[in-house]
Design a protein around this ligand. Structure first.
Ligand SMILES: O=C([O-])CC(=O)C(=O)O
Length: 294
């Protein structure tokens, strides 16, 4: 059992977010990710995060072409990350790639242990279906299916909850993670040039301050020539909503020293979870919601 799981205080660690340049060349994307993870580990990172859809362009045309069957032993992307995690003895939160499972496709994040095992698999639950006329229209549900399970990973450094991109817009998910003991939520994500400047940081600070935990997000680097231009700005937000580390739009690695004792301290200073008036608001109220009344 990991130290965190057994209730013994987890040790501080260095976190790295690899904001990768993603191209149409899948082999090149894998080689690039491998180099970035090696560099992060050589700089002392014990937990390394990759972006959403790091092995393929973010488009509905690409998802089926680049998809891999994860449990077949024939997934070059996950094979590379598993070997790397083992060789470097680090955790890798493997961003996401398109996963093919029977006749369906998912936007899936695999988490690898320092032993090279896949210790968690998370399938994006809230699909990115939006239409802001003249600005951005995207419908992941044209090709992808939403996952149906939340994912908490118990590591030797603490408990991490996984979400992918659009998931960060759903505070209920983050709150459930916090209630399950999560100390850091990791969101591989690729916001865009319309929503990114306004919502990316705001949402992460909101999730962090509501739940008094760390939030780490990892985006692909910006590529103005791509059909979907990512906002970039991978970052780490602390449990007091402070920006711990961040970058802009170029490829690079963001590092942060994480001490999860901060989470405990913030929660002791302001015991929100004990002050909650759960008698007044119940998630069940949203359960059968058919949406806002316009
Ligand atoms: O790409 C996504 O899933 C999310 C996104 O850009 C947004 O919510 O604005």
């Amino acid at each position: 059992m990991s130290s965190a799981a057994s209730g013994v205080e987890a040790e501080p660690f260095k976190l790295a977010l690899c904001q990768l340049k993603v191209t149409e060349d899948k082999e090149g994307n894998i080689a690039n990710a491998v180099e970035a993870v090696k560099e992060a580990a050589s700089n002392g990172a014990a937990v390394v995060v990759l972006p959403e859809m790091w092995n393929c362009p973010y488009s509905n045309d690409s998802f089926p072409k680049y998809a891999e069957v994860l449990d077949s032993g024939d997934s070059p992307s996950t094979k590379a990350l598993a070997e790397l995690a083992k060789d470097l003895s680090i955790y890798i939160i493997g961003g996401s790639i398109p996963e093919r499972l029977k006749d369906r496709l998912y936007n899936t994040c695999c988490v690898f242990s320092p032993e090279g095992e896949v210790v968690a698999k998370y399938r994006k639950c809230h699909l990115f279906d939006i239409d802001i006329p003249g600005k951005i229209t995207f419908k992941e549900s044209d090709t992808l299916t939403g996952g149906d399970a939340l994912t908490v990973v118990d590591t030797r450094y603490g408990k991490f909850g996984i979400g992918i991109c659009y998931d960060m817009r759903f505070p209920e998910m983050a709150m459930i993670y916090a209630n399950r003991g999560v100390q850091m939520i990791v969101y591989p994500g690729a916001f865009n040039m319309v929503t990114g400047p306004v919502h990316w940081q705001l949402l992460q600070q909101a999730r962090a301050v509501d739940n008094q935990l760390y939030v780490a997000s990892c985006s692909p680097a910006r590529d103005e020539t791509a059909s979907y231009t990512a906002w970039g700005h991978s970052q780490v937000i602390g449990p007091f909503a402070e920006v711990v580390a961040s970058t802009e739009e170029k490829p690079g690695i963001v590092y942060a020293d994480i001490d999860l004792k901060e989470v405990q301290e913030r929660r002791q200073n302001m015991p929100l979870s004990k002050q909650r008036r759960a008698d007044l608001y119940d998630l069940m109220d949203c359960r059968n919601s058919v949406g806002f009344k316009f």
